[in-house]
Design a protein around this ligand. Sequence first.
Ligand code: NAI
Ligand code: MG
Length: 368
Amino acid sequence: MASRKLLLLPGDGIGPESMAEVKKLIAAMNADLNAGFETEEALVGGSAYDAHGQSISEADVATAMAADAVLFGAVGGPKWDSVPYEVRPEAGLLRLRKDMELFANLRPAICYPALAASSSLKPEVVEGLDILILRELTGGVYFGEPKEIIDLGNGQKRGVDTQVYETYEIERIAAAAFELARTRGNKVCSMEKRNVMKSGVLWNEVVTATHKNGYQDVELTHMLADAGGMQLVRWPKQFDVIVTDNLFGDMLSDVAAMLTGSLGMLPSASLGAPDAATGKRKALYEPVHGSAPDIAGQGIANPIAMIASFAMCLRYSFNMVAEADRLEAAISAVLDDGLRTRDIMSNGMTEVGTTQMGDAIVAKFRAA
Ligand code: NAI
Ligand code: MG
């Protein structure tokens, strides 16, 4: 039986409360399915700073580098607002992203049928939606040089940001897109603005070449990113995987996320390059939300974003596609039963706390 090494980093605020529900699922999968998960747990963020003055320890960074996957809760809170910049809670997460070279950010937009009515779009447009935005995370205009504000000396200044992409950066994100598509609907739509940007011309060329070179079983289409934004709101179900650069991905993933509702529901993943020997990618899975200090410790946080992040971990790090489908179906079934945490509560539904929501999902998963 495979051993599957997970590092759990619950963090601060509602991070530990949400992670507790994932631990129940891990235990259930080890017991029922002989899944072989081996977990280690460590401090990150403010809780790590309180314990040893760093937002993550060197030993724990090493454990993360050696793990098959990292599950991350959330970090931060007003308690640590005045700690020095280098050791602030977010520094732990940034350090992991950098050391693990997590260049591919996965943001799914899933609309559970029971919540379709609360979307800002018509229910039939979003019901059953399941798409994945793949955003390049370590290149592009957020990092390109020069990046500066120049004083022109005549009362004017010039702000400069530079969009830069090199072939290898586009190749690796395109390859990740095609591989992810194979575990889903087998379609990729690449978005750039080749009509006005040289980096967009190169993006289009390299994605097309990567597709020819080993991924022709996956359907590839191209769209200009502005038209893509329009299509995302008009008929999002036409897409499966959308791959795009850092800037367009930042915006398009937030748009796509809000098609489907609450922050408490949204998972994410960040992947690194495949290991040359094993082909396995370094990976970190985390909810999109933060540490929610306003509700921490009250037992009312929605654990679904964290649980859905674990479902992504099953799908993308362990190729446990059937189990990932089953877990997502369990989340959907519990919502169909009318269970709601406070953030997604509506008339006629049953309000439950964090542990009740987690327990109900575990029970559905085990029974399926
Ligand atoms: P937040 O996401 O923590 O909270 C925003 C609002 O959504 C709050 O009203 C909160 O109660 C609610 N909310 C969030 N997740 C929820 C859940 N699972 N269930 C029910 N309600 C939920 O963002 P905010 O308030 O801007 O930041 C709080 C702290 O979290 C800050 O210190 C921020 O720096 C940090 N943060 C950390 C992130 C991370 O660890 N990756 C990401 C975003 C923020
Ligand atoms: Mg954003």
